[in-house]
Design a protein around this ligand. Structure first.
Ligand code: GTP
Ligand code: MG
Length: 149
């Protein structure tokens, strides 16, 4: 089944939003496969956002991601990559719909509390990058018959 990488950024951790954010994915019905509190080293932040390295905000983005611990997660489910992006909302929180994480909890693009992979391929890449071979656990969700036909 499809997996995605979701991360509560340092502002979300500092603001005490970890439970709120995890709860949205849990209650939606997605299956938690990996979870850790982690201080991201600079090189990893630069690799993770490598596609944006030419952007003027890139140094600030890297500083932001390493400014405190993040919460790294792997969520699994059918269509989870696209669905997680919808739950998260638009990149700029002023344009995110109410009901989304950013729409409800953030006001600035440089403090938008959460990350979600933008494709299945990038999801696999990011899970490898942030979790390596360890930390992703295969387990049965006991409630799965109540979530899936
Ligand atoms: P992620 O889930 O974090 O990857 O966000 P995204 O996919 O919605 O947006 P994108 O990958 O284009 O940008 C990655 C991150 O860079 C954003 O979440 C913002 O934190 C930051 N960012 C993007 N655009 C801007 C910008 O114009 N200014 C600033 N300061 N930060 C930006
Ligand atoms: Mg992105």
């Amino acid at each position: 089944t499809e997996k995605t990488y979701v991360m509560v950024k340092p502002d979300g951790v500092q603001r005490g939003l970890v439970g709120n954010i995890i709860s949205r994915f849990e209650t939606k019905g997605f299956h938690l496969k990996g979870l850790k509190l982690f201080q991201c080293p600079k090189e990893l932040a630069e690799t993770h956002y490598g596609d944006l390295s030419e952007k003027p905000f890139f140094p600030d983005l890297v500083d932001y991601i390493v400014s405190g611990p993040v919460v790294c997660m792997v969520w699994e489910g059918p269509g989870v990559v696209k669905s997680a992006r919808k739950l998260i909302g638009a990149t700029n929180p002023l344009e995110s719909e109410p009901g989304t994480i950013r729409g409800d909890l953030a006001i600035e693009v440089g403090r938008n509390v959460v990350h979600g992979s933008d494709s299945v391929e990038n999801g696999e890449k990011e899970i490898g990058l942030w979790f390596g071979d360890e930390g992703v656990i295969e387990w049965e969700q006991a409630m799965s018959p109540w979530l899936r036909e």
